[in-house]
Write a new protein. Sequence first.
Lengths: 255, 403
Amino acid sequence: MRNVYLYDGSFSSLLYLVVTLLHSSLTPADIKSYEEYQANLLDNAISIKLIEDEIIYKSYLNKLSSKVMHIVYYVYLSSNERKELVIYYFIKNALKYKDEIIYRRNLNCVNEALKLSKYVGSENHKFKGFLRFKELDNGLYYAEVTPNNNIISLLAIHFKDRLRNESFLIKDKKRNIYALKDESKIYYLNDKDIEKLNINLSDNEKDIEELWKTFFKTIAIKERKNKKAQMNFMPKRYWKDMIEMEEEYENSDKR
Amino acid sequence: MDLKEKLIILSDSAKYDASCSSSGSTRKNDKDGIGSAAACGICHSFASDGRCISLLKILMTNCCIFDCKYCINRRSNDVKRAIFTPEEICEITINFYKRNYIEGLFLSSGIIKSPDYTMEKLIETVYLLRNKYHFNGYIHCKAIPGASESLLKKLASLVDRISANIEMPTENGLKLLAPDKDTNKIDKIMKTVKENRNRNFAPAGQSTQMIIGASKETDLDILSKSSSLYNTYNLKRVFYSAYVPVNSDKLLPSIKMPPLVRENRLYQADWLLRYYNFKVNDLLDSNNPNFNILLDPKTDWALRHLEEYPKEINKASYYDLLRVPGIGPTSAKKIVSSRKYFTITFDDLKKMNVSLKKAKYFILCNGKYFAENKSLRKETITTSLLLENKESTDGLKQLSLFE
């Protein structure tokens, strides 16, 4: 039987579970959130009672540098199905090797953790550029994104600083979750919290979109046309949520 | 003339400026403001020519009292002219920024009435954007050569990056093709910016641009000029812009396609100067004044110095690693910091995401070469590299297009 340990999907529960396992010398075959776990005859699915003593958590987690914690958090945001196990082994080795851990690429867990966290970081960076807001008639700025990783919180923090006087709502279409920024607070919502979303564009929204599409077309030098380079830097999966590429996306082979 | 038509005219004539970088500034947002700068820069889209769009790149006006041969906006050309008002530029910038289309503004201009008058208009626009619209995003503005120093200082204290284009690598080239321009005036701008730069004065530094292939200069002329600009004025970047034939003139070369491969080689070499500790003389000399079109400058250099290879990955110095084709600063740093803790093998290099496509011919990992046969022959490596390297076969295609 494979011992699969279950947790509620939150970052803090995952850390608590990892510490509980390490402290009790238990080796997981896998770790999954309740939501994602699919029962299986070969598995022994375990909801373990987490250690209650805060001091024990601190004795483990305080040994991890902020650099290591940053990597752990980014791996947690990844959509890789092995991410929890990668985190377990990465933390286990980080406790042993301290800050040297990030140079020990020959260890599989380190290599995987660094790759996953880098992927989350670079996807976040791409969406900071490729996300597009539309102004709605109630003054809200609304954007839809379809990221591979769960980066909506990273994006919300980025735009909260930039658009200080605007309210915005970002929808992750893949996960059906929303980040709403109002005044100086960010709220995370799901479909149940939002009864009906009225997407009515503000009066001059179409005009501004038209100006942008015009600029986008004009700024390209036709003698240097290079669709392959464009596609390399901005792969097709981003196009459907970018107003300047929508039309080309609709006319293209959508794979 | 409506706003859309103006935007078409004034972005169309701004597009030949290669710079669209939004990096190097950490300007913060303030209480009532909008926007901030990201030190690493952010690309917001990619145009169909594959170039990054980060900034709203426009001219304030394409009217110009100058008559530079290579420029679409030269006085003697019969093209439609337009002028943006400062308010119009601010409105478009803010509206684009709020929707996250752009990282900021890149404002340039033709010269109307006089350099001072043009500069005053640019300052008025940027001042409004910063102080009325409270815009804290990235602004790159062109300085107008010949305008007074006090105006230059005023402008630089409002923007993140400032630049003046040198256009031609030699004074003769400039005299021939841009008779109204004067290298001394551009030098003066660069000197002032260098001497006054601080966090409130062009914090993202200055850059410049040279047009490639409009005049007779060799790659050696161009790269020597870049090198001296980096050393003298601490420029952040020199941009290279392959000449796009927009005008016909007996002084201009008659080419159909811009020399894109040559432009790419210059960018690669420029990188080698700034991040790889190469000197111009390592790469080019008077017997060999132009880059090899088929191979990138570093590979070309390594093939001319085969006696120094292969290098042992576990022992070579950081600077020797940097000279291995395919290994850049990121990979070299990873290698140097990891080999303290374990002996690196070819498999480990793959795990570390070090590209082996070119590097494998020039390295040993713990005494091992990637192939049985260790004899390094220039012809063999060149042939395999050319066959494997997509870039050079693309290069060949482009070459056949314009030769």
